[in-house]
Design a protein around this ligand. Structure first.
Ligand code: NAG
Ligand code: NAG
Ligand code: NAG
Length: 839
């Protein structure tokens, strides 16, 4: 008896204390970091919610912006005074915010295109990164549509992954445009705000959310209640009302109670959501009247190909007694909670409760649907409620919140001094380091996932709606998809299995280090090549990621297109356009393919050179392929060459760098000797490998053939031996002897020789190589036309004593090709310039 009483008293005291604690502590939450900046402001600015924003230049550590401008304007009544000043950047600039504590921080960015005579901020286009994580890629107000006056973006950014206690915000205007920002908030996120692991939809074992993941708030909704503004939220969040997201407004009716009646059990606090969120809800229209059967449904437009953290807030403010309210919760038409009884979790009415899920939005969907409705079993009273929803976009596998672009910046690590100047191109290497860091962590994370748990866990709990024909994106419509979303589409493993007839061995096109390549047909009839990675290969994972990342950024007639990928169930599957002709090597030797003519060979080399030239110069950053060889040049049914396999690719050096230091990777026989010696990678390493390819095309033998006499083993050495003597024709493919024109051959040999120069600096650019190959083709074609006679002295059977020298036209290809947007156009220019008859 005594003992029981003791326990009761003890519990009672705990209750009182905890009640006291909650009431006392929560309103007083004070974040370690609470940094508010008024960009372009000159005095401390008190805004409508009572907070004070400091001028961004008050603290010169943040950055000095000599190339920036400030516009001040009165935007009229009703606009926040934060929007009266704006800082405008004419070049890439950083705000470097020092924080007291590492970990997650809210980052809120305020944008308002202040009207002014000098800049049209409504149409300016710019990108924004935080600690190297792309937040906005080529953002413009014009894209938001009319009626969008101001723009508040909220993110959760991990600080300390890269640079301790620094949050570097980078704004970068597109060419000839400007970037602008009105206000910045950096606020510590409470430790337990976000879960470390979450239940996926469709339901399965918990999925981890690594701490280095960044989030973007997509929606924060107060069901059934008014908007909640920053002053009514302990973390200064904004909550929107839900009406416009209801699919059928008549299905719902709102309930509002006094916020002070809301109780917070342990584990839930005002920082999870203020009591005004729990004090309102939508319940079923005509609730508790008879046996109703419908759902209340909300739909939220989101970006596809991302995972989202979906947080649902519940608080039973409608029931008279415990255990009366039982309902189902669905996300994306999938069951999230069955027969949910809030009171079984809270043991009291009007107590706050929340639950998190992770939902994947695949490339053929663009919304998240949340539904609550009565369970199947009959009950006398039917009702269902929802108090609040938060939807947070989670950064993708390339560490981006906007598309497949990772850190588009590059350069050397900004020194302290440079950073203070604020005009650094800076943070770039740091950014790449972050990216590498994230990649490494992801790798660890994936590796961790690979350890078998009770059940297989997929990081992408894949789409519920794959196979839904009305929402399917057909392959042909890729080009029209939003460019900021990358081009690869996430495919379900089931789709892949179907396409390959369950990985039927008869469909195997080839086997490589990475795994097997299958021919398959998607259910829209498109024939594809499906590369299935060996899940045990850890190297493979890095290459898999690199390939998705690179190919998602690139699109060119002479680069193999990535159609999609699948990483469900630890699979690493890449889906490419199908190249019916297979690898170039198979058309040169070792198969019974018809030997290619000289013209075909030249055209193939030109195609591949265009692809590589585009890689080196066409994208925003130069990309070095690192594994150029005849098996990585694929041919389609018309023998159009496309460069493939970007698993080893790397971003090239930027203007202020001469090379990228990296461990030597590549294929034996094709490897640039200078890169091998110095481990310094430049575009010229690809040029060397391409020189080997040219010789291979000419001689129709492998780059390395150990069965040959010693001096002939390495094609680069052997061919150079003959080229230097001016008698390359001695070792060319015998099939060519009849058709090759000697001038064309000479030009080709000279080009290959230059590519194979010992030092990168002596080698031509891919643009020059392309130019010379086009010239070789012109020579072949012109002379073929004019000299129909097979016995012409221009053909090898009658080698002239003195081979005439071909004049070298010293025109840099860069003068001609400004943008390699359409290679057709360029080809036209080339042909004009080089037509020996035309000029
Ligand atoms: C928000 O706070 C203000 C002042 O603190 C108060 O007057 C107002 O009623 C609050 N609104 C809500 C929805 O709680
Ligand atoms: C859910 O199902 C409805 C009706 O069957 C359909 O219209 C809707 O597109 C589906 N939503 C999702 C996200 O799959
Ligand atoms: C509610 O929605 C779910 C998922 O979309 C569906 O399976 C269920 O049948 C719906 N319930 C009612 C009563 O319409």
């Amino acid at each position: 008896m005594n003992e029981e009483m003791g326990t009761s008293i003890f519990l009672f005291v705990i209750c009182i204390l905890s009640g006291f604690w909650f009431q006392f502590v929560f309103p007083a939450f004070s974040p370690v970091d609470n940094l508010l900046f008024d960009c372009g402001g000159s005095n401390a600015l008190k805004v409508e919610d009572g907070r004070t924003f400091r001028p961004d230049l008050e603290n010169s550590d943040l950055g000095l912006f000599p190339k920036s401008d400030i516009v001040v304007s009165d935007n009229g009544l009703g606009m926040s005074n934060l929007y009266k000043t704006v800082r405008i950047f004419k070049e890439m600039s950083n705000y470097s915010v020092s924080v007291k504590q590492n970990g997650r921080h809210w980052l809120r960015l305020h944008f308002f295109p202040v009207k002014n005579a000098q800049y049209n901020l409504n149409t300016s286009v710019f990108s924004v990164w935080a600690n190297g994580i792309p937040l906005l890629h080529e953002f413009s107000f014009a894209k938001l549509g009319k009626g969008q006056a101001s723009f508040l973006k909220e993110y959760v950014i991990p600080v300390g992954v890269l640079d301790s206690k620094k949050l570097v915000l980078t704004l970068s205007p597109l060419n000839n445009s400007v970037a602008f920002i009105n206000g910045i908030e950096v606020i510590s996120v409470p430790q337990s705000q976000f879960p470390t692991s979450v239940v996926p939809i469709p339901l399965g074992s918990q999925v981890e959310i690594p701490t280095q993941k960044a989030f973007e708030t997509a929606y924060r909704i107060n069901m059934g209640g008014p908007p909640v503004n920053p002053e009514n939220d302990t973390l200064w969040r904004t909550w929107e009302p839900d009406q416009k997201f209801l699919i059928n407004a008549a299905a719902a009716s709102s309930v509002i109670v006094d916020p002070s009646s809301i109780k917070y059990p342990p584990g839930v606090s005002m920082e999870i959501a203020p009591n005004s969120i729990y004090a309102s809800a939508q319940e079923m229209g005509n609730a508790n009247v008879g046996d109703q059967k419908f759902n209340i449904s909300w739909t939220f437009a989101v970006d596809h190909s991302f995972n989202y953290l979906v947080r649902l807030h519940f608080c039973d403010i409608v029931s008279e007694s415990l255990n009366n309210l039982v309902f189902n919760v669905y996300i994306n038409n999938q069951s999230a909670i069955n027969d949910f009884d809030i009171s079984s979790k809270t043991n009291e009415l009007a107590a706050a409760y929340y639950v998190d899920f992770i939902a994947t939005v695949s490339s053929n969907s663009d919304r998240i649907m949340v539904q609550v409705g009565p369970p199947e079993m009959r009950s006398l009273l039917t009702n269902a409620i929802l108090n609040g929803v938060e939807i947070m976009k989670i950064s993708n596998n390339v560490g981006s919140l906007d598309g497949f672009y990772h850190n588009d910046q590059n350069g050397s690590k900004g020194s302290k001094k440079k950073r203070k100047l604020g005009i650094t191109i800076g943070c770039s290497l740091a950014g790449s380091a972050l990216f590498i860091g994230i990649a490494a962590l992801l790798w660890l994370y994936f590796r961790h996932l690979k350890k078998p748990k009770n059940k297989q866990v997929a990081w992408l709990p894949l789409p519920t709606h794959v196979g839904n024909s009305d929402t399917r994106v057909s392959i042909g419509s890729y080009a029209s998809m939003s460019p900021s979303l990358g081009l690869g589409r996430i495919l379900a493993f089931s789709e892949i299995r179907e396409a390959t007839k369950n990985f039927d061995e008869s469909l195997v096109l080839g086997v490589g280090g990475f795994g097997k390549v299958y021919r398959g047909a998607l259910d829209n009839g498109v024939v594809v090549a499906i590369k299935r990675g060996n899940p045990r290969s850890q190297q493979g994972l890095v290459e898999f990621k690199t390939e998705i990342e690179m190919l998602s950024k690139l699109r060119h007639r002479h680069l193999v297109s990535l159609i999609g990928y699948c990483e469900e169930l630890n699979e690493m599957i890449l889906v490419y356009e199908y190249m019916a002709g297979g690898p170039l090597r198979k058309h040169l030797y070792g198969s019974d393919n018809q030997p290619l003519t000289w013209k075909q060979r030249l055209e193939i080399c030109i195609g591949a050179a265009k692809g590589l030239h585009y890689l080196h110069t066409g994208a925003s950053e130069s990309i070095i392929h690192r594994d150029v060889k005849t098996t990585n040049i694929l041919l389609d049914e018309n023998l159009t060459a496309k460069v493939a396999d970007f698993g080893l690719s790397k971003f090239g050096p930027t203007l202020d760098q001469t090379h990228v230091s990296t461990a030597v990777k590549g294929s034996f026989g094709y490897l640039d000797p200078e890169y091998f010696r110095r481990q310094q990678l430049t575009e010229k390493s690809d040029v060397y490998s391409f020189g080997v390819v040219l010789m291979e095309v000419l001689c129709a033998r492998p780059a390395i053939n150990p069965s040959l006499p010693r001096e002939q083993v390495n094609i680069a050495e052997w061919a150079m031996h003959w080229q230097k003597r001016g008698h390359l024709e001695h070792i060319i493919d015998p099939h060519l002897k009849k058709s090759v024109n000697l001038d064309s051959l000479r030009k080709f040999g000279e080009t290959a020789e230059k590519c194979l120069a010992d030092y990168g600096i002596e080698r031509p650019t891919m643009g020059d190589v392309l130019w010379n190959l086009e010239y070789a083709l012109q020579l072949q074609e012109t002379l073929t036309e004019s000299v129909a006679d097979e016995n012409s002295t221009n053909y090898i059977p009658d080698i002239p004593d003195c081979i005439p020298r071909i004049e070298n036209v010293n025109l840099s290809v860069e003068d001609i090709v400004s943008e390699q947007a359409s290679d057709e156009v360029t080809t036209g220019v080339f042909s004009q310039l080089m037509d020996p008859k035309g000029r």
